[in-house]
Design a protein around this ligand. Structure first.
Ligand code: GLN
Ligand code: ZN
Length: 770
């Protein structure tokens, strides 16, 4: 037997796959529209994969040493694993061929739904803003190797002259992220199918080995999270079983278990006791482990370059950490990104509008690969060989930490002077009375969540303005006309609390980043959010403040058009942080308070301008919840406090609303109550108002608007359907607390269904009032 190939000294856990200019998005969407064939889509993606491999080698990864991960996906890596192991939900079994395989079109259909077949659910991937497609597993799931696409992609790389490393979500994480299928009996646990799933992974590994693969990467972030639906002992037992069985097979590539997003803790000794050859540690989020028996035979892969954020960071600290890792006494040490680089944009040098100074502080995916190549050189040839790079990164960091704007004394003085009073509003009962007198709303007041349809006209006008084809005055007049229309429509429908529709906002976070100091926005910094959707997270690099009011003019103009109260619309501090790249040189709690004070200034100006209702959206409150239980209380404390700080300056008579995009109240119910918003709107239509039972059980006694219209689909809910949802809500919650609203904003909807649905909501509400 030949000696096994060593693990590459420098590697990444994954690379952005949408393409620098979102080429994959365009190709996939053209395929959906029928403008290109499956074969053409395959060709475009093969070109993208080939270009990525070439580029990664140029940037310093070993093209023949298994350093390049085959981490491409047409839509989502969890969906890829599902179709690989034959886990097609029963309602989509018509998509399968005789071998139980689905083709590319069928793959997208599972993700997006078809006719009355609802798509698989989507949910957040660990504590990131990436969403994966949730597999549905039951006793009926017929696990078998249904796709060898990964093997074909490996062969494609070989044909290009490379020896790469296939990547797939590991079996334990796959089942931990799955939900029980519709047909499964009550209480069924997907993880109970592990024994049936493992032979499929074994077969896949054998096929990869037969194709020549030296190493395979199995992603197991499920082993670091304590927030999935199984107790820790069950997870560890499953990990032990999975990697003992896969490890003991002789006819396989060497196995690299990747564990991004936090530390492995007690899962590390479990993996160390199996035959897997390499294990990654997230040393950005987690800390250095202790030596564990078994590690002397393994390669420890130090994830010291942050895959989840965009800072260039301190390479010397990274090199020190690798030294310390080497000191543990494992068989070998390699360097990697802490997570897949799918969470960061492609290239800092692709940003024409960022200053050179800011760019010198940043590292996007390409720059991070370069850093890893440097650190790998250091591991092999000693620190002296990379001293110039270490010095350059230290200089950039020193420049960043001393830069004006990174420390603004005025902002610092303000947060330092905060006292407990700044975080609390007056008594709720007094607020209710003051608001009732000021607002004079009917029972079961109706409202929307903020945005109205973002039509092609709005997007075209914004693009013309950005290009300079129309003047600012012309653009503003266009927006005012849009607002007049939206107000007239809401009055005609009969809504009680009106909104301006948010036509001036490209994105609910970027709009704030553009108007606050301490932020910059990117031109090409796209990061995949799900499927073909990508966002451009803003860069929060300095102390945050608000130089001037920016939403007030729009809200005041809207209020001037109507006798009805107009709701001012802001994005909350936690959501602004969650959907931006945040500075890493101070606790998030401090950054959150700065953002909160900037919002507090805007709220004061909105009140001054006569706006009596202000909504502060916090859809991301749950998303940042730490994966480790021990860290959660501290997070919930500062996140809730930052929301309270942003809103606590409001007068008793000002009604503060908040909006959350999900209905799993679960662990965050106490936090939501602690926000102390006067009215909270949440998603509820999709789950048929299930959430009202939790609300009642929790003793929630403020205003609550459980959504009665699922805005994720063009479907118009009937009056009868809405009436039933309202009746369910009123069955559990006193009518005096209940608001009637859709699940979320309407920006992705068209006017036709929006008008019809809101009209039905009003009809059902009037009936309920009577
Ligand atoms: N106010 C925002 C809107 O209506 C809220 C969006 C969200 O919850 N994600 O679009
Ligand atoms: Zn929402």
């Amino acid at each position: 037997m030949s000696t096994p190939a060593p693990f590459p000294t420098g590697t990444i856990l994954g690379y952005p796959r949408i393409g620098r200019r979102r080429e994959l998005k365009r190709a996939v969407e053209s395929f959906w529209k029928g403008d290109i064939t499956a074969a053409e889509l395959e060709r475009v993606s093969a070109e993208l994969r080939a270009a990525t491999r070439d580029r990664l080698v140029e940037l310093g990864l070993d093209g023949r040493g298994s350093a390049i991960p085959e981490s491409f996906s047409y839509y989502d890596q969890v969906l890829d694993a599902a179709v690989t192991v034959g886990a097609t939900p029963a309602r989509f079994s018509y998509l399968e061929d005789a071998e139980g395989a689905v083709d590319l079109a069928g793959y997208f259909t599972i993700a997006r739904g078809e006719g009355e077949h609802l798509p698989v659910e989507m949910t957040k991937w660990f504590d990131t803003n990436y969403h994966y497609s949730v597999p549905e597993i039951g006793p009926e799931t017929n696990f078998h190797l249904a796709s060898t696409r990964l093997v074909a992609q490996y062969a494609e790389a070989v044909a290009q002259g490379y020896v790469t490393r296939p990547v797939i979500v590991g079996p334990v994480t796959f089942l931990l992220l799955s939900k029980a299928s519709e047909d499964a009996p009550e209480g069924f646990r997907p993880l109970s199918r592990l024994a049936d799933l493992l032979p499929v992974y074994r077969e896949l590994l054998r096929a990869l080995r037969a194709a020549g693969a030296e190493w395979v990467q199995l992603d197991e972030p499920g082993l670091v999270s304590e927030s999935l639906n199984e107790d820790r002992l069950t997870v560890l037992t499953a990990a032990e079983k999975a990697y003992r069985e896969l490890g003991d097979d002789t006819d396989r590539p060497q196995i690299f278990v990747a564990a991004p997003y936090a530390s492995l803790d007690d899962a590390l000794p479990v993996l160390a006791g199996t035959a897997v050859e390499a294990i990654s540690l997230d040393l950005v989020r987690g800390s250095l482990p202790e030596f564990t028996p078994g590690l002397e035979a393994k390669t420890l892969v130090g994830g010291v370059v942050d895959g989840h954020n965009v800072w260039r960071g301190d390479l010397t600290v990274a090199a020190d950490t690798l030294e310390a890792l080497r000191g543990l006494g494992s068989g070998a040490v390699a360097v990697a990104s802490s997570t897949s680089l799918q969470h960061v944009p492609h290239d800092v040098n692709d940003e024409p509008y960022l200053s050179d100074q800011l760019k010198s502080w940043l590292a996007f995916a390409e720059q991070k690969v370069g850093q890893i190549a440097t650190l790998a050189t250091g591991l092999v040839n000693g620190r002296g060989s990379i001293s110039a790079e270490l010095a350059a990164s230290a200089a950039a960091l020193a420049d960043r930490l001393a830069a004006p704007g990174v420390h603004d004394p005025v902002v610092r003085a303000r947060t330092a002077a905060l006292t407990a009073d700044d975080f609390s509003r007056g008594e709720y009962a007094a607020r209710v009375a003051a608001q009732a007198a000021a607002l004079n709303l009917p029972d079961l007041p109706t409202t929307t969540i903020g945005s109205f349809p973002q039509t092609g006209d709005i997007r075209r006008a914004r693009a013309s303005f950005v290009r300079g084809d129309i003047t600012e005055a012309q653009y503003n007049e266009f927006l005012r006309e849009e607002i007049r229309r939206v107000v007239a429509l809401q009055e005609e429908i009969g809504l009680d609390v009106l909104v301006h529709g948010e036509p001036e906002r490209n994105d609910m976070v970027q709009y704030f980043a553009e108007n606050f100091d301490g932020f910059d926005v990117t031109q090409n910094g796209w990061v995949q959010s799900y499927g073909t959707r990508a966002t451009r997270p803003s860069l929060l690099w300095g102390d945050v403040s608000r130089p001037a009011p920016f939403t007030v003019e729009w809200s005041a103009f809207t209020q001037s058009l109507t006798e009805k109260p107009v709701k001012g619309m802001l994005t909350g501090p936690v959501t602004i942080l969650a959907w931006s790249f945040v500075r890493d040189d101070q606790p998030l709690a401090e950054t959150a308070n700065q953002v909160a004070l900037a919002l507090r200034d805007e709220i004061a100006d909105l009140e001054e301008a006569g706006i009596g209702i202000i909504q502060v959206d916090e859809p991301a409150l749950r998303e940042l919840l730490p994966l480790k239980v021990a860290d959660q209380a501290d997070y919930l404390d500062w996140s809730v406090n930052s929301f309270r700080l942003s809103t606590a300056g409001a007068a008793d008579a000002t009604q503060i609303h908040t909006h959350l995009c999900y209905s799993e109240f679960g662990v965050v119910i106490d936090a939501i109550r602690a926000l102390d918003a006067d009215v909270t709107s949440i998603e509820a239509a999709r789950s048929k108002m299930e959430v009202v039972h939790d609300i009642k059980a929790s003793g929630f006694d403020h205003g609550i608007g459980p959504g009665v219209y699922d805005i994720h689909s063009p479907r118009v809910p009937s009056v009868a359907e809405i009436s039933e949802l309202i009746a369910t809500a009123l069955g559990e919650i006193p009518a005096s607390q209940v608001w009637i609203n859709p699940d979320c904003g309407l920006k992705t909807r068209g006017y036709e269904e929006t008008t019809a649905s809101l009209t039905n909501i009003l009809e059902a509400t009037r009936a309920a009032r009577g």
